[in-house]
Design a protein around this ligand. Structure first.
Ligand SMILES: Nc1nc2c(ncn2[C@@H]2O[C@H](COP(=O)(O)OP(=O)(O)OP(=O)(O)O)[C@@H](O)[C@H]2O)c(=O)[nH]1
Length: 393
């Protein structure tokens, strides 16, 4: 009997010990996790966690403070830093030194030749050659030489200042056009303006979309970007990065080779929904055949026009490609109504005469110029600043 009693007591003590351990362990972990989770609930309905309780209830389990795992904050996704780019006005003046560095060779050569004591036929031929080498184009170069010859004859003696002024007037006459250089990027009829960026790969199209978005945001406008260059997957990433920096949404497709027209349509729809000021659409503009190009750009334009008008078709040309760039310009102008030219990489060539050639060739004005790889190195084109940079000083 005594043995039985001792056995019962021993079994009871063992059971109590094991039961207590089992009860404490899992319930303790579960409670802390729940508590931690509830700590995130800012409504104030947190359970009590006692530092000296009995350890039997699910919401009041005793856990010494030192044993509590530190409260883990949930991962916060990194917030992109939205930049405030400078406005577009006055940018060309700021970039004038860069322009002068690349273009003054051609200006200085012309000034030196025009300052010679005797301006014979050979000298005029040399002047024409300098102009052609600077990509002014044969016809405009001949016309400039003819105009300058007449002026020299009429005015007689030439001081260095006279020569500079004469050349400045002539260059300005060639660079200026009656067409407006302003960009139509204002909302109209309750809809955003739409800018279509076209041009062959590598001319700086995607970069220009990004830089233009920055400039417009700097001017206080709201922008939506459309990555309709679905041919090169990285182009959409590139565009999105530009957009994120200034808080502009980029509409894109996750499918490589998706229909560019459908991306453009979606971008315009998002622009309308967000009441954005302007939607900028990047295109692939492959030049395999003129028909491919016509099909692609024609369709993008038609589909966008189901929702609103296309206000600007900007042709991006790389200033360093000279005559090749002009050939591309001709093909694009046949396929789509170009409303303005963006001349990129003008900082990397001494052939600024392309401004004159391309305006003549297409009959549309240069509206923007790229003067470097920096995010704000895109400027509205200003003829006076351009000509003064060519002439230096
Ligand atoms: N120096 C200089 N480089 C420029 C300028 N504009 C663009 N670039 C550079 O030109 C290169 C090509 O630019 P992208 O924007 O990728 O060219 P893209 O036409 O969009 O090419 P795809 O996306 O392949 O169609 C990049 O390295 C740009 O930084 C400019 O005005 N000056």
């Amino acid at each position: 009997m005594t043995a039985y009693i001792i056995l019962i007591v021993v079994v009871a003590v063992l059971l109590l010990g094991v039961g207590g351990t089992v009860l404490l362990r899992p319930r303790g972990m579960h409670g802390v996790r729940r508590s931690r989770n509830r700590e995130l609930d800012l409504t104030g309905s947190m359970p009590k966690v006692s530092d000296s309780g009995s350890g039997t209830g699910t919401d009041t389990i005793t856990v010494p403070p030192a044993q509590r795992p530190p409260a883990e904050a949930p991962p916060v996704p990194p917030q992109p830093i939205i930049e405030r780019p400078p406005p577009s006005a006055g940018r060309m003046v700021r970039l004038r030194a860069r322009l002068a560095r690349s273009q003054s060779g051609f200006g200085n050569a012309l000034l030196a030749l025009l300052s010679r004591d005797r301006l014979d036929d050979d000298t005029w031929d040399e002047i024409e050659e300098v102009l052609i080498t600077a990509d002014v184009g044969v016809t405009p170069a001949r016309q400039m030489v003819s105009d300058l010859r007449t002026k020299v004859k009429v005015e007689g003696t030439r001081t260095p200042d006279d020569v500079r002024e004469m050349l400045r007037t002539e260059l300005l006459a060639q660079v200026e056009t009656p067409a407006s250089r302003s960009l139509r990027t204002q909302r109209h009829e309750g809809r955003p303006a739409v800018v279509l960026m076209v041009g062959v790969n590598g001319t700086g199209k995607t970069t220009t979309c990004g830089k233009l978005a920055r400039a417009l945001v700097g001017d206080g406008e709201t922008v939506v970007l459309g990555a309709a260059d679905t041919f090169r997957a990285a182009a959409a990433d590139q565009l999105q990065t530009w957009g994120e920096r200034v808080g502009a949404e980029t509409v894109r497709s996750d499918k490589e080779g998706a229909d560019p027209a459908s991306v453009a349509y979606d971008a315009v729809s998002v622009g309308i929904e967000q009441e954005a000021d302007v939607v900028i659409i990047d295109t692939a503009g492959r030049l395999h055949t003129k028909n491919d190009l016509m099909d692609e750009l024609g369709k993008v334009k038609r589909v966008v026009e189901k929702r609103t008008t296309v206000d600007e078709v900007l042709l991006v040309l790389d200033a360093t490609t000279g005559q090749n760039g002009l050939r591309q310009a001709r093909v694009f102008a046949e396929v789509v109504d170009v409303t303005g030219i963006v001349l990129t990489k003008l900082d990397g060539t001494a052939k600024g005469g392309i401004v004159i050639a391309v305006q003549r060739e297409l009959g549309v004005p240069v509206k923007l110029v790229g003067l470097g790889e920096g995010p704000d190195d895109l400027a509205p084109f200003d003829p006076v600043t351009f000509v003064d940079a060519i002439l230096g000083g």
